[in-house]
Design a protein around this ligand. Structure first.
Ligand SMILES: [Zn+2]
Length: 249
């Protein structure tokens, strides 16, 4: 790409602050030019017709006609339009519909600036993109727990957290009750939450002091299994497109 031939970008988002941020990022790049912005579907279609951008960055959630339907409208007229969907959540069911409708990929709005720019260049170069998080999840080894040992990344080594560590490391025990003052129970509960221990907690309000009742479960495994299923569906859409060597229509 020469400097005289920048990637021409249309940005579609109903939040002015987000559009401004995007504008700052894009205009600071020598190989990119933000040629137009739109806040809704109608503006998006109008601006697309007027400018025929190389890349359109489209918010998945627009007021009224949403991003996917806007993509469908644009690609109905311009089947080669390269549109990257922007979303706040990679578990948004709408993503799948956008991918089916021919989106060139999607990125999370929380994506760091350099990755965002890399994705724009990659899609402009004819590639499709799924977020690194999704790719990483697909690559991750996923098996149901063979025993009840749980990962332990507790930073605290107080007496209560050491007890919790022992419980987490135990392959057989599924429950642990901490009968202690509220300040200690809250501390342990906070540690469990902050360190993402795969443990459910419940306060049993019997006796004095009360007890914090901790149960190991398969929730995180089941959650990851569900997410994996979704990720693989996304991936199969990509493989389908790539094997056809063309954009889906
Ligand atoms: Zn502690």
């Amino acid at each position: 790409m020469s400097r005289t031939d920048p990637i021409r970008i249309l940005s579609v988002d109903d939040h002015p602050v987000f559009r401004e941020g995007l504008s700052t990022i894009i205009t600071s790049q020598q190989d990119m030019a933000l040629i137009a912005q739109a806040a809704n579907a109608l503006e998006a279609v109008t601006e697309f017709r007027r400018h025929r951008p190389d890349i359109t960055l489209m918010d998945l959630r627009l007021p009224g006609t949403n991003g996917t339907d806007t993509l469908i409208a644009i690609r109905g007229e311009f089947p080669r339009a390269r549109i990257i969907m922007l979303t706040t959540s990679d578990s948004d069911g709408e993503i799948q519909r956008a991918m089916r409708a021919g989106a060139s990929g999607y990125i999370l709005k929380s994506t760091p600036k350099n990755e965002l720019l890399a994705v724009i260049r990659a899609v402009h170069g004819g590639k499709r993109h799924i977020p690194a998080e999704v790719a990483a999840r697909i690559a991750e080894h996923l098996e149901p727990p063979e025993d009840w040992r749980r990962p332990d990344e507790l930073g605290c080594t107080c007496r209560f957290c050491r007890e919790l560590s022992t419980f987490l490391a135990d392959p057989v025990r599924r429950t642990w009750a901490l009968k202690s003052l509220q300040v200690n129970r809250s501390h342990v509960e906070t540690e469990i939450r902050n360190c993402h221990c795969d443990v459910d907690t419940k306060t049993l309000r019997q006796g004095s002091p009360h007890s914090l009742f901790c149960t190991k479960n398969q929730a995180s495994y089941e959650r990851r299994a569900r997410q994996r299923k979704k990720d693989l569906e996304h991936l199969s859409l990509f493989e389908e497109y790539c094997s056809q060597g063309r954009s889906p229509s």
